[in-house]
Design a protein around this ligand. Structure first.
Ligand SMILES: [Zn+2]
Ligand SMILES: [Zn+2]
Length: 192
């Protein structure tokens, strides 16, 4: 199934192609970096759930395409070695997390996924609530787990190996042919 992607203001639109509940992994991450990213953009209100969790659908870069407004993509890192986190500069919508050009992995953030109503039929159920030690308050998630549970970690690693074997780090909307981010990431820790 192809899933529409759209920033809040609509200047940036795209498609996640061939998405099934099985070929990706839907998680909620409560880590302090994901929270800081949403807060930096001023989008914590509609990005984070009541416990500070961010819902992410982990897929491959090759499955993410931008139809319109790619020039609005911006990147930041919370630390120099952290994930490259993408957002739009038109309306500060969190878009995705990537590792680098060589890793097929792209974690699409729900704020950029345009699905009306329940996301479960398209994306599958949330497979894990991770990093809940950083959650706000006392999370009452259905099956909360600390850090990344081994099963989920292995599932994602396995997918990354398969995606890598299929060359699904390209084409990428986030990195150019030389592997450079299409927008130079700002490292927050070094600016503040
Ligand atoms: Zn926008
Ligand atoms: Zn996180």
């Amino acid at each position: 199934m192809d899933i529409k992607l759209k920033c809040k203001c609509g200047a940036v639109t795209g498609v996640a192609t061939n998405i099934t509940p099985k070929n990706g992994n839907r998680i909620v991450c409560c880590c302090s970096d994901c929270q800081a990213f949403a807060q930096h953009l001023g989008r914590q209100g509609d990005t984070l759930d009541e416990f500070g969790g961010t819902e992410i659908f982990q897929t491959s870069q090759a499955q993410v395409s931008i139809k319109k407004g790619a020039e609005h993509l911006r990147a930041l890192r919370l630390t120099s070695k952290g994930l490259t986190r993408w957002y739009t500069d038109c309306c500060d919508t969190p878009v995705a997390n990537t590792i680098n050009a060589n890793f097929p992995f792209a974690g699409l953030i729900h704020s950029f996924i345009s699905i009306k109503g329940d996301r479960t039929p398209a994306l599958g159920p949330v497979s894990a609530y991770v990093q809940t030690q950083h959650a706000i308050g006392t999370p009452t998630y259905p099956h909360s787990a600390k850090k990344f549970p081994l099963g989920v970690t292995l599932k994602v690693l396995h997918k990354i190996v398969v995606w890598k074997a299929k060359g699904m780090q390209t084409p990428s909307v986030f990195f150019d042919d030389e592997g450079r981010p299409v927008s130079k990431p700002v490292v927050l820790g070094e600016n503040s």
